[in-house]
Design a binder for this molecule. Structure first.
Ligand code: SAH
Ligand code: SF4
Length: 358
């Protein structure tokens, strides 16, 4: 039965649910098929994005996240300009084609200006050669445009769940946490000309495979350029922790995440898909398997080690004590194990974006 689904031109919701439910030989067929698609449309190159966790100060209270505003057990930090520049230089001199600046969400002129300045400096220190992705949450269209003009060309903003009702169970009920605003932000980013990435957490409380199938169709409908998605991992200082006994096991969440990556690769053949760090938090083979079957992007952490302990979105986050040199060594190994190759000093833009531009 699964072969019939895999041979279809367009997968509908029930096809995707069937694929997400597959196991045994069928699951192997699914993974083999997405590997083939990946090799055909993307090849075996894996792009690096050095991630800088700029600040854990956040104005929001997402129920799943360890650095939410109301968690008082977090030492809050913001990297200095010099620290961000140093990390960017490290990325540039070590052949990482791009960096990602990720941070808690702050909507203030002060924060906007600081990021604007950093973008310009990073562009200039790298002779315009380092690609820059931002992951700084919801902002006005004007702020997104200022950052775009200052040199950012990709933006990651996960929808978290494409189902409004489920989204509302995962966030406080107030204006700061509106599903519609998030959708509007994604469209604003596209209008400005960013390569846009979104994604979801997998294995959330209340989430079903129907929701996940809708998530894939949401991404297709939005015609995204990039995706970062991975398992939800509970954090004890968050409201969602109370549902910890109703979740899939960690291994089941990992397997379901790999299925989602595999199906997404089949549905959106030429986008960039990241092997996220959360996959690695469950199994050392998590990211390796993701790269083998679907992903073509990895994000080595280049945040100064001193701060990493404080950027814990979820528990067991790997690489807290690993310095940048070790991190690239372990990534080189896992890419090789997945029979792929790192592509150094290239932006590695989404092929879907490039094709659309023509
Ligand atoms: N503040 C920005 C960027 C930092 S959070 C934003 O929210 O977009 C980046 C991502 O971490 C979120 O989109 C969310 O999907 C993920 N995340 C947060 N808590 C998590 C958890 N407990 N398990 C897995 N992923 C989590
Ligand atoms: Fe803040 Fe992002 Fe965490 Fe939400 S997910 S609390 S916006 S850092």
């Amino acid at each position: 039965m699964i072969e019939e689904i895999l041979n279809k031109e367009n997968l509908n919701k029930s096809d995707i649910i069937n694929l997400l439910n597959s196991d045994g030989d069928d699951l192997q067929l699914l993974f083999d098929y997405s590997t083939k698609i990946k090799n055909k449309y993307i090849g075996n190159k894996v792009h690096l994005r050095g991630i800088i966790e700029y600040s854990n100060i956040c104005s929001k209270n997402c129920y799943y996240c360890g650095i939410r505003k109301d968690n008082e057990n977090v030492n809050r930090y913001i990297l200095s300009e010099e620290e961000v520049i140093e990390a960017s230089k490290f990325a540039y001199h070590n052949g990482y084609g791009s960096i990602v600046i990720q941070t808690g969400e702050l909507q203030s002129e002060n924060n906007t200006k600081k990021i604007e300045k950093l973008l310009k400096e990073i562009k200039s220190l790298s002779d315009n050669k380092l690609g820059i992705t931002l992951s700084c949450g919801e902002q006005t269209e004007e702020v997104y445009k200022r950052w775009f003009d200052a040199g950012a060309h990709r933006y990651l903003l996960r929808i978290e769940s494409s189902d409004k009702e489920l989204y509302e169970k995962l966030h406080p009920n107030n204006k700061l946490h509106s599903w519609q605003t998030r959708v509007n932000c994604l469209y604003a980013l596209k209008n400005i000309g960013y390569q846009v990435g979104t994604g979801v957490m997998i294995g959330l409380p209340f989430q079903t495979n129907e929701h996940l199938a809708d998530d894939i169709l949401f991404m297709k409908n939005l015609d995204i350029d990039m995706c970062g998605m991975g398992p939800y991992i509970e954090h004890e200082d968050t409201p969602l922790f109370q549902y910890k006994n109703n979740l899939l096991s960690l291994n089941e969440r990992l397997e379901l995440s790999l299925k989602m990556l595999s199906v997404l690769r089949i549905v959106m053949k030429n986008i960039n898909i990241a092997a996220t760090t959360a996959l690695q938090a469950i199994s050392t083979k998590g990211r390796e398997d993701a790269i083998r079957i679907a992903a073509n992007v990895v994000m080595p952490n280049i945040t100064p080690v001193l701060y990493r302990e404080n950027y814990k979105l979820y528990e067991n986050k790997p690489g807290i004590n690993e310095d940048c040199e070790d991190s690239i060594k372990s990534i080189t190994r896992l890419v090789q194990n997945a029979e792929c190759e790192i592509s150094f000093s290239e932006w590695g833009d989404s092929k879907r974006f490039k094709n659309r531009e023509k």
